[in-house]
Every structure is written in C-alpha cells, then in structure tokens.
Design a protein around this ligand. Structure first.
Ligand SMILES: Nc1nc2[nH]cnc2c(=O)[nH]1
Ligand SMILES: [Zn+2]
Length: 484
C-alpha cells in the first residue's frame, strides 16, 4: 500500500513472464466494418511480448509452430507459448473485447433499481444518495472491485467510467482498474450546482480535485498502457458556466478525453436551456465552453436537432448509445442510423445504473430492439440495426469513440491482443446449440460454414451471457480465466 492507502501497482510487472512470444489458435470472428462479420477459421495468431499481434494465419491451427516458423524462422520455438482452444469444439471462437463507452462505476449496486422514475427525479432519489456515500473509501473499494470484476467477466476490455466527485475514490477506481487489467478511462465527476448539500463541491474544490486525480493517473500509468484520465463535467445541469469553461480549457490544454451527458430527455433539455438562456441548443453550450473535440464522448444524444447532429459530426465527437438506460428511465429512442449516416462514431454504453445490466452483449441486443421500436413509429425500415451492426458498435464503434481504433476493437496486425474467448457450449449456459447448427470449416464449403456460423453469432447475441465468456485478454495479458 502507498501512503495514500492505495495499492502499489506496476503495469510492467503485470505483463508476460519469460515467455516472449505467444500464439493463440482457434477461429477468430470480428466486425471490422459496420455490419460486416468476418470469420478467420482455425487461425494461428502470433502475439509478441508487448501484446501486439504480429501475424494472423488462417487454417493453420493444426500445426501452430509451422506458422511461427513461417513468420520468423530464427525464433526459438522453446520460447513460444501455445494457447489452444478446444479445436474439436466448433462453437468456440475469439471475439474482440467489448467497449463500454458510458458507465457509472459507483451506481453499480443500484442496477435494476429505478422504479417508475425519469432522469431528474431518478438522480435525486436513487443516484445522488448512493454516489455521495463514496466519501467513505471502504464503500468505494467494495463497489469498484465488484464492478470491474463483473464487467471484465462479461467481456468488457475497455470502459469509460464516471466516478464520483471524490478525488480519493476516483484515484482508487483507477488503481483497481489497473490492478485488475481493464483498459479504462477514469473521470472524476464535476458538479458545482443543482446538487444536494451532501453531494456538491465548489468550483475551486472541483478544479483542485480534477488536477489531483489526473496527476495521480498519469503517475501510476505514465505510458497510458491501460488507463487514462477523462474530463467529466456531469452535465450542463450540474456545472456553472465558470466551471464548464475551466474544464473546457483544461481539456484543450493537453487534448484530454472528455465525457458528459447530452440531450437525454426533453424535460432535461428545457431545464438546461433555461439555465443557459444565451444558447439555443445543448450542443452549443458545450461547444462554447470548449468541451467538444474528436476525443469527446457524448452520452445518450437522443434528442439532437439536425443542426446539432451536423455540428458534432463536423467536430468529430463520439456518441455513447445507451438503449437499456434509455428504455428503463423512459428517455427515448436514439436515431442511430441517422447519426451513423452523418459519419458520427457511435459506441454502446451500459450507463449503469440508468441501465440495469453490466453486459455490453445485452446492450447490443437492446440496441437492436430499440431500433425496431423506432421503425414501428417511423415506418422507415432503414433505421433497423442488424446483429452485425450492433456487434460493430460494441467493439470497433466503441474503439473509434475512445480513439483506440489503432489498438483494439478488431483483429489486425499491429493491434493489441484484446479479446474474449467465447464458448457457446459451456455447461449451464442458456444456449442450446443443435449438432446440425455447427459449422464444419474443414468439410463444409466456406459459404455454408459461414452461414451456419452467422446463425450461431445471432443465437449468442440473443441468448448468450457471461457464462459463455471463458477467457478475457487486455493488452496481451489474460485477465479472466474461467475454469469450468
Ligand atoms: N443516465 C444518466 N444521466 C445523467 N445525467 C446526469 N447525470 C446522469 C447520470 O448519472 N445518469
Ligand atoms: Zn450516464
């Protein structure tokens, strides 16, 4: 423990041992482009000591060392670690880790508890009382350990977290993510108005605490191997103009990531525009306070006007789509096709505990269903999202929003080995796979096997859960290994 009471963690020491090269065998599946499922059957993937993918050879899993020699004939094979999946099991595959682009770590214990509330009364009744308790570090520690264990176990390799206003608890969240090996953006929440007396800070306290948390994160992971700070004004409803401007200038000073909520409900929008009478739109408030860049993640974005959509497209902001939360607290249905058509990067967010599930797989399913609800109103079939589009939002879409598209989100040479091993046949899982549904990559022709595999992917999205996640890797390191 350090003097502050935090854990001492060294990201380098958490890496691989003396083995300096690893090959992973098995079928790879990913969605590198919107709506496109690519499958690389029985592949061998070479991963170097930095966790970087250096080769991907399809149909080579029968003799992985041959693939290694073909990549580098001088490599000593005794130093190669071979990780085999169960090759007899054709319903086992590697899939990129999920991105949760919007999650409130301190709200985790409230998952499922929202009654009939809507945003503003939900904040007062359920959220602020829970978050204010994080002044107590022992409460923070228990929640933060559990939320990171749970999201990792569901295949979330990267999460953009809102913490609370408390600097010590926010630093602790960063320490725990680093120790457990989850890639994470950590945002100390900023709020200096419209908040209860027991859960508010002055602008000066907020500035000091924000700098303190950023400094700590930069110290414990100086190379930003896994964690990074993110400037987090809760929303325009809980920050004064003075604080928003200071945060915006800080964001610009070092091109920091930034996250906030926007256009979540009509009542919220009216309430906020009354507080900022000089502005016509919610987006203009953030833009004028210097908070928007291509590293800004805007949570929800359900009720953007045409003008706002064009503005965020021009600036390059990402949107965190949170369909589970938007349905639970009755906020609305975001028009994702409309945003994608404007070239806006969109990822998925659990928004725990506005949303009730920590699983991005489940949120993918909800994104698909919400898009169908939109169609029932608009009669515009184009708004429907497919399974492969939702999986793209859950992986590459999230990577684009977090500006990690060169590091993760799909399998590609030069990217990190950052993925989950999915096993559809795991004992006790809710999936029933019949033998006729299994693809046989060796004996079926590719098109037939691929079509069977697509059906399995669809079944996974609708009926799978964390029990189907056997292993999880971030930055080339195994961080979840479930022995059944
Ligand atoms: N969903 C959601 N919206 C918010 N707007 C401001 N704070 C919050 C929050 O904690 N959750
Ligand atoms: Zn939120």
């Amino acid at each position: 423990m350090t003097q502050d009471g935090f854990f001492e963690t060294d990201v380098k020491s958490a890496g691989l041992s003396d083995i300096n090269f690893t090959v992973y065998c098995g079928t790879l599946a990913h969605t590198p482009k919107l709506g496109v499922l690519e499958v690389i059957p029985n592949a061998v993937v070479g991963v170097d000591q930095d966790g970087i993918i250096v080769f991907i050879t399809p149909n080579a899993a029968d003799d992985p060392l041959k693939a290694v020699s073909a990549y580098d004939p001088t490599l000593s094979l005794t130093q190669v670690d071979v990780i085999n999946t169960d090759l007899q099991n054709e319903s086992c595959f590697w899939f990129p880790g999920f991105f949760d682009t919007h999650i409130h770590a301190p709200q985790f214990s409230n998952n499922g508890i929202f009654g009939n509330s809507t945003l503003l009364d939900w904040l007062e009744k359920y959220t602020f009382p829970l978050e204010s308790s994080f002044k107590d570090l022992s409460i923070a520690k228990e929640h933060y350990e559990r939320v990171i264990d749970r999201t990792l176990s569901n295949g979330t390799t990267c999460a953009s977290y809102y913490a609370t206003i408390h600097p010590l608890a926010s630093k602790l969240l960063a320490e725990i993510a680093l120790k457990k090996g989850q890639r994470a953006f950590i945002g100390k929440v900023c709020m200096d108005k419209n908040s209860p007396d027991h859960y508010i800070e002055t602008a000066d306290e907020c500035k000091q605490a924000t700098l303190d948390v950023i400094d700590h994160i930069e110290k414990i992971d100086p190379e930003m191997e896994l964690i990074a700070p993110i400037i987090t004004p809760r929303f325009a409803g809980s920050c004064t103009s003075e604080l928003l401007k200071w945060l915006g200038d800080l964001r610009e000073s070092k091109n920091y990531h930034c996250q906030t909520h926007i256009n979540e409900t009509q009542v919220e929008i009216e309430w906020i525009l009354k507080q900022f009478p000089d502005y016509n739109t919610y987006t203009d408030i953030y833009n004028d306070h210097n908070l928007l860049s291509n590293k800004t993640i805007l949570g929800h974005g359900i009720h953007f006007t045409e003008y706002e959509k064009d503005l965020i497209s021009k600036i390059g902001c990402g949107v965190a789509h949170c369909p589970t939360s938007n349905s639970s607290i009755t906020s609305g249905e975001a028009r994702i096709r409309w945003l994608l058509d404007a070239g806006i990067n969109v990822g998925l967010g659990t928004d725990c505990s506005g949303g009730f599930t920590p699983s991005i797989l489940e949120v993918s399913k909800h994104a698909l269903l919400v898009s169908r609800h939109l169609v029932m109103g608009s009669k515009n079939e184009k708004e429907k999202l497919t399974v492969n589009e939702c999986l793209y939002l859950a992986t590459m879409g999230g990577a684009n929003v977090c500006k990690l598209q060169d590091k993760a989100g799909s399998f590609e040479i030069g990217k990190k080995w950052e993925c989950q091993l999915i096993d559809l046949d795991v004992q006790g899982s809710a999936l029933d796979i019949f033998d006729y549904q299994r693809p046989n990559w060796k004996e079926n022709d590719y098109v037939e096997a691929k079509s069977k595999f697509q059906n399995l992917i669809d079944k996974w999205v609708f009926n799978g859960d964390d029990r189907n996640v056997r292993k999880v890797y971030t930055n080339g390191r195994c961080v979840v290994n479930k022995e059944y």
